[in-house]
Design a protein around this ligand. Structure first.
Ligand code: GLA
Length: 386
């Protein structure tokens, strides 16, 4: 923390002590690719995330500096022009957030100096971008004495992602980052935005995050392709069913009506969504009842469905999850996030974690040719001032 304050004072040539804010990253325990289909998700905020330091300025200039992109130096813009700028690289995330807050009832009269430091690996599917957006949100709220309803902040951050950055993602990431609670997961109904917290009591077990270190190349275009396949499947089903989203269908209804879906590929995509939605609700029940084993089995089924029906895993995620399944003391493992690379999670007996990492990595390296990285995750709070 001391280093961050020092870096702030050096970069912005000031003796002033900035205010400090933090927004976490997230994992998703189960409920993948269901958010933009009006289904349920079960994510949790993690203790890794983005630190944002800031102080108000007298003029209308914004200056941004990231300790994760020191080569970009200080990026500058003014309050009058917060539009997207290719040259502004990562700083478009905070810029977009400031712009959308201003346009939606939270204008600021002055600029600010902002420094960011993130300890979530970039592009690993742990929502580093939602974390930067929400860190900016709480920073603007805190520095300028604003009160932003948390759900508004979350929805504005999603809008930044969708419209300002141009990634057509659902609401899960910003919601988890904004609403996380220590030692809890959040069950969110993405159609109604009803949610509740579920304590995650793992006793002798821990959640291990495994980064495949495969960057999620092509993730954007494949993600959008999956979205439109689901939209097409929904349109086909709507010929006979009056539903607004795939998330409204039970698996029984799906089995009765799946013949309406014209393309076999779209049928498989819809099948994943509908069964995954049911698995998520079932997983919550098992978690609440303390049935970790059943919870783990549902995680494994989720991965298989993402592999075979949704087809968003790929060699790296399949290899790491298969290796994890073979480990001693493993309750369950699956990919987490959008897929196409990025991270998997596993629930592992604490006293076997060292062996688990060694063996899993060895199998991974033999097939893929490079190492995976392992983190033990604590579930933490949502975005806030520290
Ligand atoms: C990404 C998106 C989320 C969600 C997941 C898949 O993380 O940002 O909205 O769709 O993929 O579950």
């Amino acid at each position: 923390m001391q280093n961050l304050y020092q870096a702030f004072q050096e970069q912005f040539e000031t003796n002033e002590q900035p205010s400090l804010f933090f927004a976490p990253g997230r994992i998703n325990l189960i409920g993948e690719h269901t958010d933009y289909n009006g289904g349920h998700v079960l994510p949790a905020a993690i203790s890794f995330g983005t630190y944002a330091l800031g102080r108000k300025r007298e003029d209308q200039t914004f200056r941004f500096y990231s300790m994760n992109a020191t080569e970009s130096g200080i990026i500058t813009c003014t309050l009058a022009d917060l539009s997207y700028n290719n040259d502004h690289d990562w700083a478009n995330y905070p810029k977009g957030m400031i712009k959308y807050l201003a346009e939606n009832g939270h204008p600021v009269a002055h600029g600010a100096d902002l420094l960011f430091y993130g300890n979530i690996p970039n592009g690993a599917g742990l929502s580093s971008s939602a974390s930067i957006e929400m860190a900016t949100g709480v920073l603007i709220e805190g520095l300028f004495n604003q009160e932003v309803a948390r759900l508004d902040m979350i929805q504005l951050a999603q809008k930044v992602e969708n419209e300002y950055i141009g990634v057509n993602s659902g609401i899960m990431d910003q919601f988890a980052v904004g609403m996380g609670r220590e030692d809890h997961a959040i069950l969110l109904n993405c159609q109604t935005l009803d949610y509740h917290y579920a304590p995650v009591k793992l006793d002798q077990h821990a959640i291990v995050i495994i980064n495949t270190n495969k960057q999620r190349a092509l993730a954007g275009s494949k993600y959008n392709e999956r979205r439109s396949q689901c939209e097409q499947a929904l349109a086909d089903l709507q010929q006979q069913l009056s539903i607004d989203s795939l998330g409204e269908l039970s698996s029984e209804q799906f089995e009765q009506h799946k013949h309406l879906i014209q393309s076999e590929i779209n049928r498989k995509r819809a099948k994943h969504v509908i069964y995954e939605n049911e698995r998520t609700l079932e997983a919550l029940k098992q978690l609440q009842a303390g049935n970790l084993k059943s919870f783990g089995t549902l995680m494994n089924e989720s991965h298989r469905s993402l592999q075979q029906d949704y087809e968003v895993t790929g060699l790296e995620l399949d290899t790491i999850v298969q290796a994890a399944w073979e480990g001693k003391g493993v309750i369950g493992a699956r990919m987490t996030g959008a897929g196409f690379g990025g991270c998997a999670i596993a629930i592992v007996q604490k006293d076997t974690i060292d062996d688990f990492q060694k063996n899993t990595n060895q199998m991974y390296r033999e097939t893929v040719g490079y190492d995976a990285t392992f983190y033990t995750a604590a579930l933490g709070d949502g975005a806030k001032q520290l």
